[in-house]
Every structure is written in structure tokens, then in C-alpha cells.
Write a protein that binds this ligand. Structure first.
Ligand code: PRP
Length: 211
């Protein structure tokens, strides 16, 4: 039997993802050691391998087949736009993709003026403003702490994920427009889906039934 390789996204989704997998009997004791610097973990008995990957890299590992299965947010799946199958909504990591900014930016959005939009998600932001709103904007790519942009005058608004809304609130910003809801999804390599259909379908079924 070949190994099935899992690539859950590290970061805020990791703990929940691992406990969901554990709840259907997919486990790896080695992985629970927080002090370990190991990158890849093996469960010989179940012929499984696991590695935690940076969320934005999960779709790439899965597209190339370096991982058969990944777990990552829908925001990353849409932004990365890789050739992978999105097979299941895991109903965790729920948040919203939003346009946010100071209340004063509302009028700029409504008037359709040329504004600057800072974001970690240039593809999603372009699709929203150009294709859905038909508004010409300048997209500025940042890599983190996006809420800083309107505060320091880099942009009028941001496109970012909002979970509890605390970061916006504590920085005097609010949600101005909602783009879509998000949650974590299970993704599968397209070849693995055919070659390992039985094992992968059984995993999907178990995960679906636990919900
Ligand atoms: C995300 C997002 C917001 C924040 C939203 O950032 O970009 O900044 O979380 O969460 P909240 O609504 O619960 O406050 P993340 O923590 O992933 O780090 P980053 O700023 O480096 O992108």
C-alpha cells in the first residue's frame, strides 16, 4: 500500500484540523510533540504521512501531488487558484472576506471613485472590484498587518479576512462591504483522487458523517 500524505495548514487551523482527523481515527502521535523540529511525520501502521505547510503553500503541494490531501482556508484556495479538487467544507475556521476601512471610506466606495485597496489577496480583490463592482481601483499587495494600511495612509480601504472583528475594532476600522463567507476546506490532488479513490472517498465520507 502507498502512503497517503496529508498537508494541513499550520497556524490557527492546525490544532482543529488535527483533532478533526483524530476524531475519525487518523492520528499521528509524533506530531503532538510541540518541541519537535521535525517537518514530516509518519504513521507506519496506517501508511500515512503528515506535514504542516504554510497555508499559502498547501494548494501548491496538493496540485503537484507532494501531498494527496490538504486542509486550508477557502480564501487561500481562491487566491492561489490551483488545479485541485475542493471536496469538503470542514465547517471550521469560519470567517468573512470583507472590504474594511474607516467609516469615511464608505462614501468613496459608493461614489465609485479611484481608490487604493491594500490586501494580502490581490486576486480576490481584483475579481471583486473589477468583475463584480466594475470599479477601477489600485491594488496594493501587502503580506500582513493589513489593517495598518488605511491608518498610515497607504490605502483608503483593505480587503481582508474578518473573524471576530477585534482587529478592526481596536484600530478604529469597520466592515464596509462583505465579499463572501469563508471556512476551511479539504482539498485533494486530482491524480490521487483517481488512483487512491477508495481510501480518499472513505475519509471524505467519515468526515462528512461526523458533521
Ligand atoms: C488575520 C486577518 C486580520 C485578523 C482578523 O490576520 O488578516 O488581521 O486575522 O481576525 P479578527 O477579526 O479575529 O481580529 P492574521 O492574524 O492571520 O495575521 P496577519 O496580520 O499577519 O495577516
Amino acid at each position: 500500500m502507498e502512503y497517503l500524505t496529508f498537508a494541513p495548514a499550520k497556524g490557527r487551523l492546525a490544532t482543529k484540523t488535527l483533532s478533526i482527523l483524530e476524531s475519525i481515527g487518523i492520528t499521528c502521535e509524533e506530531m503532538k510533540d510541540k518541541d519537535s523540529r521535525k517537518l514530516i511525520f509518519v504513521n507506519e501502521e496506517q501508511k500515512l504521512k503528515f506535514f504542516l505547510a504554510k497555508a499559502t503553500d498547501v494548494p501548491t503541494y496538493v496540485e503537484y501531488g507532494a501531498a494527496d490531501i490538504g486542509v486550508v482556508g477557502r480564501d487561500t484556495i481562491l487566491e492561489e487558484d490551483k488545479k485541485i479538487y475542493e471536496v469538503l467544507d470542514l465547517d471550521i475556521g469560519k470567517c468573512r472576506m470583507c472590504v474594511a476601512g474607516p467609516e469615511s471610506a464608505k462614501a468613496l466606495l459608493e461614489s465609485g471613485q479611484m481608490i487604493r485597496v491594500a490586501t494580502k489577496y490581490p486576486k480576490i480583490a481584483k475579481d471583486y472590484f473589477f468583475n463584480k463592482k466594475h470599479q477601477t481601483v489600485e491594488i496594493i499587495k501587502l503580506n500582513g498587518s493589513i489593517e495598518l494600511a488605511p491608518i498610515v495612509g497607504l490605502s483608503e480601504v483593505i480587503v481582508d479576512i474578518v473573524e471576530t472583528g477585534t482587529t478592526l475594532k481596536e484600530n478604529g476600522l469597520s466592515v464596509l462591504e462583505e465579499i463572501y463567507p469563508l471556512s476551511a476546506r479539504m482539498v485533494v490532488n486530482q491524480v490521487s483522487m483517481k488512483m487512491e479513490h477508495e481510501r480518499i472517498a472513505a475519509i471524505i465520507e467519515k468526515l462528512r458523517n461526523r458533521q
